[in-house]
Every structure is written in C-alpha cells, then in structure tokens.
Design a protein around this ligand. Structure first.
Ligand code: F6R
Length: 589
C-alpha cells in the first residue's frame, strides 16, 4: 500500500515527468492522494493533491517545479484522512520524505518532539519521521547521521525514501517489511516495485529488511542494519515486469480477464512439479488473503479428494493470532498475487518459526517478491503484471498451479488443463452478450446472493467479492446447503440469487438447493451446462457453459462471475480499475 518512487538524474529536464510516470505505474497501490518533492540548487519544493494522480499532474501544470533529484508518493491512507496536509512527501526545512508502511511508535516520538518545540501540520505517522530527522540536523547531525539515527528509533513497517536540502543528487532509502527496489540504468531510481522503474533501468537490487541504501547519480551503496557497507547482487530487468498498457481495452480488468487463456498456458509451461514435492507430506496448510484465499479453498477440495492429504486453508490475517500448532510433515503453501501481502508473509513466517521442520512453498505472481524470497520453494504464476485492483488472471493462474499439484499424477486431468485455455476462450466469446443482458438486469439491485457447493462454493465467494469490490453492491456467497440454516430468510422476489451448478458430483444436491431458492424468490439465475439446461425449466434464467471435466469447473465458472462484476460496475459508472478505499497490494496488517 502506498507507492513510492525516487529518481536521481543529472539533468533538470525530465525529473518531474519521470517521477510522475513511475507513480502512474504505482497507483494500483493507493490513490487517495499523490505528491512529489524535488531538490534544485539547494531548494526543496513540493506539490501535493488529493485524489488520483491526474489531480497532481494538473497542479504541476499550473505551478511547475523542477530539480535534479525527485521523490514521489501515491497514498493509501492509514493515519489521517486523505487530505492535502496528509499527503506525502512530508517536508521540513531540510528534508523531504515519502513512506510506505506504519510507524507504530509515532505517538511517543511525536510527544517528545512537541516537548522540544516542533510543530506538526498533518495527522500522519510519517511526518514524525521527517520532523525527527530535522531535529537531528538541528542538533548538528549530518543528513546521513540523521537518517541513521532515525532508523535506530522508529518501530514498525516502512519503506522510506528521503532527500536532504544540503545533499545534492542523493536519495536515502531504507526498508523494513515494505518493499524497496533500486534500479540501475539511464537514471538511478528507487521504487516500490520493479515494474514502476523498469522503463528507467536495466538492473535492479532488492533491499532486504533492515538494510538501507544511498543512491547517487550513477551508483548506489548499501548498508546492513549495523550500517556496515555490504555488496548486493544486481538482477536483470525482465520483460514480464513491463506493463504494456491498456491496448484496445477500456479497462485493465477487462484486459486481464481476456488474458486468462494465456495466463493458464504460460503458467503450465513455466512450472514443473518436483516429484518429491509431496514426499513425506502428511498435511497441507494454505495461507492467503482475499481472492488468493479463495484459490486456496478450491485447492482444499482437490487436495483432500484426489491427493487424500488433510488440508487446512487459513485466512492469513487471523491465522497467527490464534497461535495454532503445526504438525511435523506439514507443507505450508502461501498464495499471493503481489507476493508482499503482509498478513500472508507474517503467517508463513509464523508457521516456519513454530515448526522448523515444515517446508514452505510460495505461489506468487511477482518474481523476487518478499514472499517468494522467504519460501523454500516457489512456483511463479505467469499471469503477467496485474494492474486492475480486482484480481482476475492472477486467480486463474493460481488455480492452474494448484491444479498442477493436485493432479500431478493424473495425466487425463492434466490434459484437460492443457486444453483449458481453449475452453476459456470459448467461454469468453460465447457468454459475453448474455452476461451483458444479465448485468442490465442486476445493476440496480441492492444486494445479490451467490450459491455454490463443493469447489464451486469458493467461486460463489469470489463472484460476490468481485461484485462488491468494484460495483459497491452488497453481495454474499454461501455454501448452497447452508442456506436453509439461516440465510434463506433473505430471499424474496427482489433478491437476485446466482447459482453455480455444473453437472458434477453434487449436482443433484445443488439442484434441490436451487429449487428451494426458486420457491421463495423469482430472480434465480443458474450458471450450468447442457445437463443443467435440460434439468431446469424455462422459468429459470439460465446461462449455459460448455460441459467441462469436474476438476476444471472452478476455473471455468469464475470467468462469467468476473465478467458480470465488470459489466455491472461499468453500467454503474464506477472506476473499475481503482475501486474506492482499496489498493492492490496490502502491506498493512
Ligand atoms: C480481490 C483482491 C484481494 C487480494 C488480496 C490478497 O480482488 O485482489 O482480495 O486477493 O488482497 O492479495 P495477494 O494475492 O497479493 O496476496
């Protein structure tokens, strides 16, 4: 959450546009406000604006600034409302600072600085850090000493990027839990992720927790937590980091939905399941959040039914706080698109620290992400950069890897999986108009229910999550059999009920659940296949998908759920790619 960027350039020509370009690639991390500060001939200047980046761009056009070193920030508010005063960079007389993370001891630091006579203009935790460094400088410290003293006293999670009035052409940056990447190329740069700086550099270095760097016009030096200089390995910038833009599509979400056949194809080609992956594994523990958690829920059905391995799926945010016991022989699987969700990272670390015998596997869409680096084994989903805040193609790629694990010794299912990109293409082209009509029917609904059973239950949850997060319509997914234990009370003629009913093992049970819903409400919509089409009469609204092997149905049935959410949100005129209050990468607990 929050995107930060820093660029050191020899010339004044393009620093502001380079920072803005970097921020535009980081807006997925937050878009409550944005700001930029530059240093020019010993002058720190700053512009900030509430709302999306374009507001900052407009401001810069009216009131330009220029410099040879610049830092920028796009915010997802934690401490203090999204106002201009709370927008980063935080600036004092001598220092400008951007921050991603949360400073936990900000209150005591602030109280002490107020006692020393310092004033604050924002409600943020970050301003305390800037003012603390200012206080060090006022007491005679050099900028380097001020930065180091600050690192010794702050507690919490952070990626900091700072510039000092008296230090031309140098950026100081440090990391604890929140990501920082340093880029080497035509300009030296710093960013929250590699793709934000990929256009400016050929090689990158990932800072680790506790490390800090001083980045100058042509180089960077790195220090460990004791401030001893260290060497860091550079890595080449690869094509998959480059965001190719919207192309012919009006929104990234639609583009990414349409890219799913390729995401599956590439993920299959890129991954091979080691023969010994499940050797001596007596239990699987899946840790994830949100959509990735639902991918884990699907996998649980597969792992228990086909591999016969007891499997737990845990919401990472809840998991470690109940101090669970981890048995020997547990394979821990962390699933994450971004590779930096703090809840997932911490839950995986908790599992490892509780039982050092367990192996930790990460499924990540981002190469070299914190979670990928923390695991013993990594499978990368090859969905490509996902920009839309609502995850679609990354989920599909996660299901692909999980299916490869679950069905590693069932060649007939693996063949179906290899053929799935064609089915995916078919679904995308065949249901489009029907989903469009359904969206017209549903976009004024107050609330919508999604029902599924077995591996389609997590898809019902995912369908509801997609809808609520981008269209702001209340939606809930239920296990269809659980309806009669309470939620059925909600059903009346005004409540649309979306039912996922392919002809698989639990088909008959699901048919009964749907009949029960239909007896109580007239707006029941069934997603099914040719068998379901015959089973349900013409009084049902039906959308018929191809007949698919039972193992692949979750991958197939999520596609119309994504499209439906997308089309409803577009009809409502919502900002599909940047829904309110959300950010793509969640690095706060
Ligand atoms: C919903 C969505 C989120 C993420 C969740 C975990 O569309 O994208 O629910 O799935 O925040 O993020 P990752 O997968 O990056 O760990």
């Amino acid at each position: 959450m929050c995107g930060i960027i820093g660029i050191v350039s020899g010339s004044k020509e393009d620093i502001v546009s380079s920072v803005i370009e970097g921020l535009s690639k980081l807006e997925y991390r937050g878009y409550d406000s944005a700001g930029i500060a530059v240093l020019s001939d010993g002058n720190l200047q700053r512009r900030r604006a509430v709302g999306k980046l374009e507001n900052l761009e407009n401001k810069l056009e009216e009131d330009p600034i220029n410099g040879t070193v610049g830092i920028g920030h796009t915010r997802w508010a934690t401490h203090g409302k999204p106002t201009e005063e709370n927008a980063h960079p935080m600036m004092t007389k001598d220092v400008a600072l951007v921050h991603n993370g949360i400073i936990e001891n900000y209150k005591s630091l602030k109280d002490s600085l107020i006692t020393q006579g310092y004033n604050f203009t924002s409600q943020t935790d970050t301003e305390v850090v800037a003012v603390y460094m200012q206080s060090c400088i006022d007491k005679g410290s050099s900028p380097r000493e001020a930065f180091r003293q600050m690192l010794k006293v702050v507690e919490g999670t952070f990626a900091f990027v700072a510039i000092f009035k008296s230090v031309p052409n140098k950026i100081f940056c440090a990391k604890n839990k929140s990501p920082i990447v340093i880029g080497f190329g035509k300009n030296m740069c710093v960013g929250s992720d590699a793709s934000s700086i990929a256009g400016n550099c050929d090689e990158v270095v990932y800072l680790s927790d506790g490390e800090y760097a001083e980045v100058t016009e042509h180089d960077a030096i790195f220090f460990d937590e004791n401030f001893c200089e260290i060497k860091k390995e550079r890595q080449k910038v690869t094509d998959d980091l480059i965001n190719e833009g919207l192309g012919q599509y009006p929104h990234y979400m639609l583009k990414e939905i349409m890219e799913q056949p390729n995401a599956v194809r590439k993920t299959i080609v890129a991954n091979e399941i080691p023969v010994d992956l499940l050797k001596n594994v007596s239990r699987i523990l899946i840790l994830a959040c949100g959509t990735s958690y639902y991918a884990g829920m699907v996998a649980r059905y597969w792992f228990e039914k086909y591999l016969k391995i007891p499997t737990n799926v845990e919401m990472a945010s809840e998991y470690r706080y109940r101090f669970p016991v981890i048995e020997n022989g547990t394979l821990v699987i962390g699933i994450t698109q971004s590779g930096e969700t703090i809840d997932t990272l911490e839950a995986m670390e908790y599992a490892r620290s509780t039982n050092s015998n367990c192996r930790v596997l990460a499924i990540s869409n981002v190469k070299n992400s914190a979670i990928a680096r923390s695991a013993d084994v990594v499978f990368y989903t090859e969905a490509g950069v996902e920009i839309g805040v609502a995850s679609t193609k990354a989920f599909m790629a996660q299901l692909t890897v999980l299916a490869m694990i679950a069905f590693h010794d069932r060649p007939e299912v693996l063949n179906e999986l290899r053929n799935f990109p064609n089915i995916c293409d078919d679904i995308l082209s065949s249901v489009n108009d029907e989903i469009e009509n359904l969206a017209k029917n549903l976009y004024s609904a107050q609330s919508i229910i999604y029902l599924g059973r077995d591996s389609l239950y997590p898809i019902a949850l995912e369908g509801a999550l997609k809808l609520k997060e981008i269209s702001y319509i209340h939606a809930e997914g239920f296990a269809a059999g659980e309806m009669k234990h309470g939620p059925i009370a909600l059903i009346d003629d005004n409540l649309p009920v979306i039912c996922l009913c392919p002809s698989c093992d639990v088909f008959d049970k699901m048919v009964s659940n749907i009949q029960i819903a239909k007896a109580r409400g007239k707006n029941v919509i069934v997603f099914t296949d040719s068998i379901g089409n015959e089973t349900f009469g013409d009084d049902f609204k039906k959308i018929v998908l191809p007949n698919i092997c039972q193992e692949c149905v979750p991958l197939a049935y999520v596609i119309p759920m994504q499209l439906l959410a997308y089309k409803v949100a577009v009809l409502k005129g919502e900002d599909v790619d940047k829904p309110r209050n959300l950010a793509k990468s969640v690095t706060v607990e």
